[in-house]
Ligand binder design. Sequence first.
Ligand SMILES: [Zn+2]
Ligand SMILES: [Zn+2]
Length: 423
Amino acid sequence: MEPTSRPPPRVLPRPPTASRALLVSPARTILRRPSHIAGAGIAPANGEREAMVNHTTASIAEAAPALAAAMANDTLFDTALPPLPTYSLEPTGDVLSWISDFWLSLLLPIAVYWAMSLFFHAIDVLDLFPQYRLHTPDEILKRNHASRYEVARDVVIQQIIQVVTGAALAITEPPEMKGKSHYDVAVWATRLRLAQRAMPGMLSALGLNATALSKSLSAAHPLLAGAIAGGYYPVAATAESSAPGFAPWEMAVAKLIYHVLIPGLQFFVAVFFLDTWQYFLHRLMHVNRWMYTTFHSRHHRLYVPYAYGALYNHPLEGFLLDTLGAGIAFKLTRMTVRQGTCFFAFSTIKTVDDHCGYAFPWDPLQLITSNNAAYHDIHHQTWGIKTNFSQPFFTFWDGLLNTKYKGPRRNRVAEKEREAKSK
Ligand SMILES: [Zn+2]
Ligand SMILES: [Zn+2]
């Protein structure tokens, strides 16, 4: 795709004295700075995905309310915003040289599923940690109603469905572009600057004079003085031009928002969505008799779960709960394919760990939340099957809707055997 670039925005000449800014009415300011308004009003946080937005022609009316609100509080200082940088776009390359991001997003979850399963299988076969077993090896043979072959076969079927669905999702994604992150960071810095415009008004509502306060603080605390004045940092103007610049703290906070807070929020929302989706569908499958016998009972043939039994489901259930749930979470949070790959792989790792059959005291995944192998194992027992529906991340919904198992653990053969030996 042709790289596009945005013409540098028009910069308003700075008034020679602070008091001249008083002459600029909010309405006039809006008309004279379309590029700033557009940048502050519409630029997406997730920059690469909306690469082709033409910032100079975006409607003023669209962004006017935000700026008008910001400008509602008159400031005695220069109201010109620092100019936004130009950018050019180029396609985002692949993370790894030997596989495209597209295939990585489809195959990584499968690779981690089997790698982790192999790891736990080795622990199982070599009996490395008998002290942490939730069940004895004997129980796996006697109590499970599905053979290892049937389990592996159905998991492979589910993973084929998962790859096909994932490919359909990835194909419908717009091509990912890079080269715009510094622009998006500057847009966040502009938003921070606009938010500061409310400071003088807020202070005057409290009976404080922002101008006087700012002046008295300017020597000792210039940054604080600038924020109180409504985001006025004369020292931030670059040496080579008279255009105003962002204060270092504005840039640092903008980078934190863009690179850490927003991806973190996307991930958290995706996790919450998947938990919610799975809780209610899973619970429905236990409440509705037809759904249980037709679909979900297959997963419950494993009374003693083991790692690669995690995705042992009826194909339709596997598609609905796992594949579609994660796919909607991905689309809903507008993740990039790379973010999605991490999310899918992490969800896979978590669900394998929840079925591993061991309560390890040192497994970070089992320590992050109380929804772990021991918790989900209860749901696989005849005495706990009507409880602990929450999966795969948190126990939030079980707690809120009172479906958490509260009784003592029964039937734990490994424990009984240990007790017998110690006597
Ligand atoms: Zn169930
Ligand atoms: Zn399960």
